[in-house]
Design a protein around this ligand. Structure first.
Ligand code: CTP
Length: 403
């Protein structure tokens, strides 16, 4: 995802600096070249040796180092990067940026930068809440920096509140987001995405559902739309706002979802991300089931229509490309490969939804793309990053280019 991209990571002086070591590794796993500046504060928390070993480059720390300047001056450091990431971004470092200070290598490089800057703030909750910090953050946003985090939670100082640096997954996502070009290569194409859970009524107040949050499907619809596809998102009940430019159709049950999908045809690509309830109650009660003096009711379940299979059936309305998702808790790839054949779709994206996998409801996913020609395993990434990568592959396929 980040092949041929170069990131300059500025590691400030905060306890979250340890997470930056993982960040270096993850960015490199995705193909990026990572060079690092370690501030004096940062070097109180992690060592230059760890940073150099993980990044595979010398660590830059000193503004007036003759050696650094001859090999890679501070201007070149920022010019050669596609993106500058400051993680952790301390209150002090942000204040210096607002003031336009250039008193060490980090601040001088930031001031000299002509590339986007992504800040990952990290500090104590009271520091984050201070009017001065609020003003500085607003000013930096106004100046065009990008921000990821902070998050609320337990802080290293023992207090609880806003101030934790964003998780590495989220930072990686933001980097990928920033560095992925978005040519509108799906303009003129129509896309259909299903997302979220379904609710299968038991009576007017109860239903059968599942843990799907809809995040992966919404990210998929957003990614296809960003590439210019006219996108219909058929969504089960979720708390998510519709992505910009996407036409959302809200449904509750599997049957309603199928109807909405059939209505959206013809499309060039259908991506079924929804966690459709496999069963519904054969006859949902017209009135609320009462427990008074009665035994618990026995629910008779009948099978729901399989939307992915229906869309994959050969017909003149079959989308050129049908993509399914396979939620598995064991034997992920073999089970998903079998599912691809059984359902008749072209590609299937297998993910591990066991608790250890953390995909259901979480922000990241680790997937395997299974096509007719084989299986490709992707590194764990944020759901948005996965959606964007998949949207690119879909675009290549529909444009008859190598996937
Ligand atoms: N799917 C669908 N309609 C259904 C069930 C599933 O469209 N009634 C789609 C999902 O959107 C997903 C794919 O089929 O793209 C696989 O879903 P999954 O839940 O993994 O498979 P199931 O068919 O439910 O099989 P099983 O529960 O046996 O794993």
């Amino acid at each position: 995802m980040l092949k041929d991209k170069s990131v300059l990571l500025i590691i400030g002086g905060g306890i979250a600096a340890y997470k930056s070591l993982e960040l270096i590794r993850r960015l490199r796993d995705l193909g990026a070249e990572v060079r690092c500046i370690l501030t004096a504060g940062g070097s109180e928390f992690i060592t230059a040796l760890s940073v150099a070993s993980l990044s595979g480059h010398p660590v830059y720390a000193d503004l007036f180092s003759l050696k650094d300047e001859t090999e890679m001056g501070h201007i070149r450091l920022s010019r050669e990067a596609d993106l500058l990431v400051v993680a952790p971004a301390t209150a002090n470092l942000m204040a210096k940026m607002v003031a336009g200070a250039a008193e060490d290598l980090a601040t001088t490089t930031l001031l000299a930068a002509d590339k986007p800057v992504l800040l990952c703030p990290s500090m104590n909750v009271e520091m984050w809440k201070k009017p001065s910090t609020r003003r500085n953050v607003l000013q930096l946003l106004e100046d065009g920096v990008l921000l990821v985090g902070p998050e609320a939670g337990d802080l290293a100082c023992g207090e609880v509140g806003m101030g934790r640096m964003a998780e590495v997954d989220e930072i990686v996502d933001a980097v990928v987001d920033q560095l992925t070009p978005r040519a509108r290569i799906l303009e003129g194409h129509r896309a259909l995405v299903t997302a979220g859970p379904t609710h299968e009524p038991i009576d007017p107040v109860r239903y059968l559902a599942n843990r799907s949050s809809g995040k992966q499907g919404y990210a998929m619809a957003a990614a296809l739309s960003e590439l210019g596809a006219e996108t219909v998102l058929v969504s089960g009940p979720t708390m998510l706002p519709p992505p910009a430019g996407v036409q959302r159709q809200s449904v509750e049950t599997a049957q309603e979802m199928l109807e909405a999908c059939l209505e959206a045809l013809p499309v060039d690509v259908a991506v079924c991300v929804a966690a459709v309830g496999d069963w519904r109650v054969s006859l949902d009660a017209p009135q609320k089931l009462k427990k008074r003096g009665k035994r618990p009711p026995t629910l008779k379940l009948v099978e729901n229509p399989d939307i992915l299979s229906r869309l994959s059936e050969p017909s003149n309305r079959r989308p050129e490309l049908v993509v399914g998702f396979a939620a598995e808790t064991e034997n992920v790839v073999p089970f998903a490969a079998e599912k691809r054949k059984r359902k008749g779709c072209d590609w299937i994206v297998a993910n591990d939804v066991s608790t250890a996998g953390g995909a259901m409801g979480g922000n990241t996913n680790e997937v395997h793309l299974i096509t007719e020609t084989g299986t490709e395993s992707w590194p764990r990434a944020g759901k948005a990053a996965i959606a964007r990568e998949l949207a690119q592959r879909i675009a290549h396929y529909l444009n008859h280019e190598a996937v």
